[in-house]
Structures are given as structure tokens and as C-alpha cells.
Write a protein that binds this ligand. Structure first.
Ligand code: HGY
Ligand code: MN
Ligand code: MN
Length: 411
């Protein structure tokens, strides 16, 4: 079996991207429109151009590299992933997919092959939502699901408006509509991603071929109580927003399990105001990330959360729930899945059919085109931490399967 994917090139791109972090020595922190994002784009443009791609940055900062096809008027095959990270994340979540796409272009260059369909490599913004919340921002803008009205209301944790962060990056929010890919604008989308779970490592399969991505929702909950002096305010009658929030958060695992034992629910962020050690909190704001195989299960979990918050309203608190993101379970294209299986088998690599518990841009892009998603193993199933790791020979094998499938899609 001829291995086209080049492990040295792949490793060099992953290791260089890992240097564009705001937290050197403590994982990858590359937030959208940050200096680290700028450095990564400058580097990636160079590598894309080395691979024979014509590069451009769209109105919201997604980086594209185009390999012209012999029939340029055909809708391109879009390949790639996201380039942002969670705070103190790993070196592979996102970059593995961007590098897989650039390596695909290098392999075609090595073979001196021109695809019939154009191929467009993409490095998308803000998939994690690490800066502006919600997530899947780049792909939701590309597919017309997020427009200027909503974008105009978004700000980061420091209160910097998305509009201003874009301006600082040389982008004009007023032109965001230009980033939208029209219906029929792409032939297919193919993404390689790390599994971020323990299955492939435990089974020894080389790649996971994804059938569907689970349903997921992200909520922002605010609980308002009453500030007061920690020393002189008797316990009975307090409306301590943090105690109320802690009660709700502590109950979430049992609340979700009662609805679906396989559902997952996570509170990753919490903010307390005014934040004095001797002041009774008047506001507690926290995130809830809820996921399950089916959208109606996630909906039932959200209903149960709202009912629990209504109890607090009756106790004199003021609660609010904002839905930042809600995506139903998303099946991948059967044809592309079959193409990935055929490529894995022609390489003689063991593959495994999987469902993705992690959200990915592929689930959003499935709104405008058939999509495919392939996983490579994650050591100890760890991700979203500096310890995230995939062996380079494992990544190279996954990229070989990916390249062969992208090549067929563009034929
Ligand atoms: O949260 C997720 O599933 C993905 O890593 N953004
Ligand atoms: Mn990711
Ligand atoms: Mn992630």
C-alpha cells in the first residue's frame, strides 16, 4: 500500500501550530481574533501556498486555500476544520483537521494531480466558543445560520464586543454576510478530527468513521438574589445567588440521568457578582452544556432545568435562561461514509463505525452539503487539556484515508 501522507510534514505543521498559544507550557490557548490566531493564519497561509493553494481570508476571518480544478465552475469540495482552541487545550483538536486538509493538497502536488472539482481547504474560526460563547461560529456564519443581528450582540468575557474584536483583526462585521456560502455552493465537506474519547485506543482500530453526531445544547443561566453583609445578615431569609446556583448545579447529573442515563451535562463556566469574600452574592451566572443521542432528550433535560429554576423564582430569586446553541443529532452522508470505509479498506487499516459525542463543524455544514467525519485515536481518550495527544503515525494513517477520500470526492 503506497502511503502518500508525509509524517514529517504533518508533524512539522502540528508542532508549529502548537507554538501559537497564549499559554506556553500550559497547552494551546488560541482564541479567535487574538495575536495567536493571527500568527496561526500567517503560518497556515504560507503552508497552503507552499502546497499550491491560492489563499484568501473571508469577511469573518475563515482562512481558505483553493486548488483550482480542471472544471473550475463546479462547486468545490471543502476540506478542513477549526483553528481556535479551548483555554489551555491540546495541540490536535482542530489543527489535526486543518493539517489533514493542507497535507491533502501537498499529496496532490506530489502526484502532480489536478482534481476535476476545485478543492478548498479551510481553517475555521471560533468552533469552540472559547472567546464568544456558543461555538460553531465560523460554520454557522458560513451556512447563514448566524447573521449580523446576533453577531452584533456578542461579546467576550472581558466585555469586548465581537464587532470590536473583528475590527482589531482588520474585519468589518457589517460585511459578515459576504462570508455566507450559498446553497449548492459546495459539493461536500470532509473533516478529520481527533476522537477525544477512549474507544479507538481500546479497540486498536486505526480510524473511526462517524455515522452521526449527538444532539447538543449550550445554555447560559443567570440567577439573581440579593447582596448583603456576610457578617450581619442572618442566614434565614438570605437570597444567596451562589448557594441557589450550587444547588441547581449539584442536581444536574441526577436530573439528566433520570431522563437518559447516557446523556451528558456539564457546567464549565461560573461567574459570581459582586465577588467580595464578605458579600452575599447577588448574581450567579453559569453555563450548561447538555448532550444526548437525540434532540428530544436534550429538550427534556432543558425542560427539567427550567422547572427547577421556576422553583427558585417562587423563592424570590430572578432566573434567566439563554440558549446559546442548539443543534439536533446530525447523520453524516451515507455516501461519504462509504467512501471513507472504502479508503480505509484499500489501505488495509482497521476501522470502526462510531457516533461522535463531541460537536464538530461537520454537523453545521451538513445543512448545505453532504458531510463526512473521520476520527483518529486520542491517547487515554483525553482532550481539551494540554495532555491531548495522537501519535504521528496514527495521525498520518488517518490522513492517508482522508486524502484518498477527498481525492475521490473531487474526481
Ligand atoms: O464541545 C465540543 O464538542 C467541541 O470540542 N467543540
Ligand atoms: Mn474540535
Ligand atoms: Mn474541541
Amino acid at each position: 500500500m503506497t502511503l502518500h501522507a508525509n509524517e514529517t510534514r504533518i508533524r512539522q505543521m502540528i508542532e508549529t501550530l502548537a507554538t501559537f498559544t497564549a499559554t506556553p507550557g500550559r497547552g494551546t490557548t488560541r482564541l479567535t481574533y487574538s495575536q495567536q490566531h493571527r500568527d496561526a493564519l500567517d503560518y497556515l497561509r504560507g503552508r497552503m501556498e507552499d502546497a499550491g493553494l491560492a489563499t484568501r481570508i473571508d469577511a469573518v476571518g475563515n482562512l481558505f486555500g483553493r486548488l483550482e480544478g480542471t472544471e473550475p465552475s463546479l462547486p468545490p469540495v471543502l476540506i478542513g476544520s477549526h483553528i481556535d482552541s479551548v483555554p489551555n487545550g491540546g495541540a490536535f483538536d482542530g489543527p489535526a483537521g486543518v493539517v489533514a486538509a493542507i497535507e491533502t493538497a501537498f499529496c496532490l502536488q506530489d502526484l502532480n494531480e489536478r482534481p476535476r472539482r476545485p478543492i478548498e481547504v479551510i481553517a475555521m474560526i471560533e468552533e469552540e466558543g472559547g472567546r464568544f460563547g456558543g461555538g460553531l461560529l465560523g460554520s454557522r456564519i458560513l451556512t447563514g445560520q448566524l447573521g449580523q443581528n446576533t453577531l452584533g450582540t456578542m461579546a467576550d468575557g472581558q466585555g469586548i464586543a465581537l464587532r470590536d474584536a473583528m475590527a482589531g483583526f482588520g474585519l468589518d462585521l457589517g460585511l459578515a454576510h459576504q462570508a455566507v456560502i450559498p446553497a449548492g455552493g459546495i459539493h461536500a465537506f470532509l473533516e478529520l478530527h481527533i476522537e477525544q474519547g477512549p474507544i479507538l485506543e481500546s479497540t486498536g482500530d486505526a480510524v473511526g468513521i462517524v455515522g452521526a453526531v449527538v444532539a447538543l445544547s449550550q445554555l447560559s443561566v443567570r440567577i439573581g438574589g440579593a447582596a448583603g453583609h456576610a457578617g450581619t445578615t442572618p442566614m434565614p431569609g438570605r437570597r444567596d445567588a451562589l448557594v441557589a446556583a450550587a444547588g441547581v448545579i449539584a442536581e444536574l447529573p441526577a436530573l439528566a440521568a433520570a431522563i437518559d442515563p447516557n446523556a451528558v451535562v456539564t457546567v464549565g463556566q461560573i461567574e459570581v457578582q459582586p465577588g467580595g469574600a464578605n458579600v452575599i452574592p447577588e448574581l450567579a451566572a453559569f453555563s450548561i452544556d447538555a448532550r444526548a443521542e437525540r434532540a428530544e432528550t436534550v429538550a427534556a433535560i432543558k425542560t427539567a432545568i427550567r422547572a427547577r429554576l421556576a422553583d427558585l423564582d417562587r423563592d424570590g430569586f430572578r432566573t434567566e435562561v439563554e440558549e446559546l446553541l442548539s443543534v439536533p443529532e446530525t447523520p453524516m452522508s451515507e455516501d461519504i461514509r462509504a467512501g471513507l470505509v472504502a479508503s480505509a479498506e484499500e489501505c488495509g487499516f482497521a476501522w470502526r463505525a462510531m457516533t461522535s459525542g463531541a460537536g464538530h463543524d461537520a454537523m453545521v455544514l451538513s445543512r448545505i452539503a453532504p458531510v463526512g467525519l473521520i476520527f483518529v485515536p486520542s491517547r487515554d481518550g483525553i482532550s481539551h487539556t494540554p495532555e491531548e495527544w495522537t501519535d504521528y503515525d496514527q495521525l498520518t494513517r488517518g490522513i492517508e484515508v482522508y486524502f484518498r477520500t477527498a481525492r475521490k470526492l473531487a474526481a
